[in-house]
Design a protein around this ligand. Sequence first.
Ligand code: ATP
Ligand code: MG
Length: 136
Amino acid sequence: MSNTEQTLSIIKPDAVERNLIDEIKNIFIQNNLNIIDSKKIHISKDEAAEFYKVHQSKPFYNDLCNYLSSGPIVVMILEGEGAVFVNRKIMGSTDPKKAEDNTIRKLYGISIDKNSVHGSDSLENAQKEIEFFFKN
Ligand code: ATP
Ligand code: MG
């Protein structure tokens, strides 16, 4: 039975700044995640605050919003079998120090805040996040 899903991925400012866009996109492609849409944008702090509003009560929320709006990012729609889970698996743990070998965050992440990529954590959030960046 096929279970094709779409999920949202973001290449964060630290990775865009280090010219890692093609390397990271290649990892998605190698893992059977097709990049069906992609754009490089620079969002405002207000947009970052809206995007990350699930974290508004967290102590790191303000820094997180400043960070995501600090430079260009690449937002992508990834599509494939079990795409939400596959993407989370190849990203690795939030903290690059704890990320599994060969994951994007282990390979490229600098710190828990500069962790190179974002990925939707559920199918429901994937739909909302794709809507946020691509359907307006
Ligand atoms: P993302 O949502 O970016 O894919 P994630 O789902 O692995 O990451 P979340 O718990 O959703 O992790 O946290 C969102 C982002 O907030 C993380 O990517 C990280 O940059 C930042 N963050 C999470 N926990 C901390 C923390 N304890 N200190 C600083 N920043 C944090
Ligand atoms: Mg998250």
